[in-house]
Design a protein around this ligand. Sequence first.
Ligand SMILES: C[S@@+](CC[C@H](N)C(=O)[O-])C[C@H]1O[C@@H](n2cnc3c(N)ncnc32)[C@H](O)[C@@H]1O
Length: 316
Amino acid sequence: MKSAGDVGKDFDEYAKAWAEQKYELEVEGTVEGVVRAGTDAVQLPGDEWGDAKILRDSYAAMVDRLKLPSSVNVLEIGAGGGRSTAALLEVLGDRAGDYHVIDVADAFVDTLRGRVKRPLDIHIVSDVDVSMIDDSSLDLAIAQSSWSHINLYDQYRYLRDLRSKLKHRAPVVVSGLFIIGLADGWTWNRFRRRVYQIDHGISGVYHEFISVGMLAEMLARLGYEDVVIFAHGFTARRGKLVDDAFVPEFPKGIRYGYADNLTTWLKDGVATTAVLPPTAATAPAAGPAGSDQPLTLAEVKRTARRVAGRIKRRLR
Ligand SMILES: C[S@@+](CC[C@H](N)C(=O)[O-])C[C@H]1O[C@@H](n2cnc3c(N)ncnc32)[C@H](O)[C@@H]1O
């Protein structure tokens, strides 16, 4: 686990070394790794992380899908060199209200300062801190390609503290997160790469991994609503401000929407409902733990008897 301040130092180093690295544009993520292409789209630090046009198209769809208001106060967490900031501001146009940026890498954010000419409220922090934002003032909190650099506990602290800063039902959009449990080869290979780095003492920018269950439970415990989880991120709306207190019982099922990817969901809004923990009523039949094998007839009968017994006991 790495602290926010230390991750910031890594990104500042990255920004300083950027010119020598001669990065090319990330055009695809395959299970083998990042596929890059040489184009003149990469001009400033951070441009290499993806085509700005794709981002702009995605943000235009997001504004519609999330029905953002006519004036949008934004908090962007981890704006870095401003690739995503510029794209979102371009899409919002006159609808952009106050625009806050929180980041941990001051030198990297210099690129943003040069890139975006309109006024921004930039806050450089070394730990999770949203205290400078007015209560119930935000219409959108967004994190583009930054959440995977934030350790699990800090992800929770941001989500916990953001609630009082968001207007009721305002959305959080996180794109760029390594979620385990969705059978995503890209993510799993990033995890394996991290293990390899640890085994061989190789340093590099810190990446965090989260399980789909952990993410769904975190959001549910914090009272977020309309949760949709994608292979590489999520959207959720601020719900009622529930206590962040010890809860002696597990909630009666955590529900969330699941959609393959953000782009498709932004277009069609279709998500499958998933429930945790999986129950007999919601889970597809599975073989013995850790196996893909179908159940034998005897196992099916045993399971059916167990479920019928449970139902009878409940009906008594
Ligand atoms: C990969 S860059 C993404 C920059 C930009 N959003 C983009 O899409 O090009 C990740 C950014 O997240 C910032 N970051 C990492 N940990 C953070 C934290 N705990 N709080 C705020 N920002 C953080 C880094 O300093 C860096 O600027």
